[in-house]
Design a protein around this ligand. Sequence first.
Ligand code: B4P
Length: 192
Amino acid sequence: MLNIVLFGPPGAGKGTQSQKLITKYNLVHLSTGDLLRAQIAQGTELGLTAKKLMDEGLLVPDAVVIGMIGSALETNPQAGGFIFDGFPRTVAQAESLDQLMASHNTHIGCMIALEVQEEELVKRLLERGKTSNRPDDQDETKIRRRVTVYNTETAQVAGYYAAQKKFHALNGIGPIDDIFGQICGLIDLHQA
Ligand code: B4P
């Protein structure tokens, strides 16, 4: 079973690359951002709570996203593997993911981090915000807050996977297909 964590700051290209990877490797895509936006669209209580935090560029509580991922794993028992996009974002989430994987008799194969500098992230997200209707992509101050939250709360998750010798970093700037090729190279190396 192939389980990959795609990592990086907001706007690094995680969602973009995930779409290409699920087709090539026949994986189930689990994006906590997408799962949260689905809750918002359905108007659930969880969605209402999450929306306030997401619109401000802040993280949703660990227990909420861990619960969502646990449920998503249960509803995909036949999956050949998962790509985790935007999760884990804290060390507590990473520890819970390891426990969830173990309870399904599997494990995370590798984490691939896309490295992109802040000015490029802001440029990409403001561009997406023109058409995406995502409130968190439309205000430069809030985008910069998301990057700060990434640097202070999420970046340390890389160390968690480095300690397990599962961490790989790639330059996330350049043509989308070139970056995809480099990600596939790393995955294929892992599977060899
Ligand atoms: P997410 O939905 O995960 O959104 P994101 O970080 O902005 O990344 P995304 O995957 O959408 O963007 P991508 O890089 O593909 O999170 C949103 C919010 O949800 C968070 O702020 C938080 O509040 C909450 N949340 C989610 N998960 C959570 C968790 N685990 N714990 C707590 N809270 C959580 O692409 C960005 C743009 O760049 C696109 O327009 C794309 O076209 C462009 N792009 C991509 N690659 C490019 C390239 N190589 N060159 C040029 N442009 C490129």
